[in-house]
Design a protein around this ligand. Structure first.
Ligand SMILES: [Mg+2]
Length: 205
């Protein structure tokens, strides 16, 4: 029997509507803790996770302060994308193993893993494995050697592609990465495009 294909998929801003919640908390923090305006600057080419800090012009210290203050609170409030449950279910029905790979930083007592597990259960997202606190996704990808990798971070996509070129890498579009031009990385607007691609792949095998 051949080895099952693996999909490594990011969580925040890929399966979850994380930006909406983060921005809400970040604006609140900017106004009430930093005594600033809370006005967001427009950006559309952010390659990493910290679009909200750039939009509010924060320095590193302010960013760390924000995470210390609100991280655990906002993780619980994040909403799921409306089609995530169904698309993941359909991908699993194709015989694909689903590994959720997130860089969410762990805190004491594995609280972030626990919150994330509960969130996935509540939102009926099926998965085979959950990897938390993955600082360098490309290192993990090198070990797992998945067939597919999806992320909204252009930098992660690029690193994965450079580390393990056999993996098909997808960048899922957000308001913050949509103007990034990609080579060898497939840009998708919606999760259903991922499903269609994998379905085609499985059917043509
Ligand atoms: Mg993400």
């Amino acid at each position: 029997m051949s080895k099952p294909k693996i999909l490594c998929i990011d969580l925040d801003d890929t399966l979850a509507l994380t930006a909406n919640t983060i921005l809400e908390y970040a604006i609140h923090f900017d106004k009430t803790i930093l005594n600033r305006s809370g006005i967001l600057k427009k950006i559309d080419t952010c390659g990493d996770y910290y679009y909200f800090a750039r939009m509010l012009g924060w320095n590193r210290e302010q960013l760390i302060n924000f995470f210390d203050t609100y991280y655990i609170d906002y993780l619980r409030k994040i909403k799921v994308k409306s089609d995530a449950e169904l698309i993941i279910k359909k991908i699993k029905r194709l015989g694909i193993k689903v590994y959720i790979v997130t860089s969410r930083r762990e805190r004491e007592n594995n609280i972030v893993r626990e919150i994330t597990r509960q969130w996935l259960k509540q939102n009926k997202i099926l998965y085979d494995k959950l990897f938390i606190n993955v600082i360098d996704k490309s290192k993990l990808i090198e070990q797992i050697k998945p067939t597919y990798f999806v992320d909204d971070s252009y930098q992660n996509c690029l690193n994965v592609l450079q580390t393990f070129e056999k993996t098909k890498v997808f960048l899922i579009e957000t308001d913050f990465n949509k103007n990034i031009q990609t080579k060898n990385i497939l840009k998708i607007k919606e999760l259903k495009e991922l499903y269609e691609f994998i379905k085609g792949d499985v059917e043509n095998a």
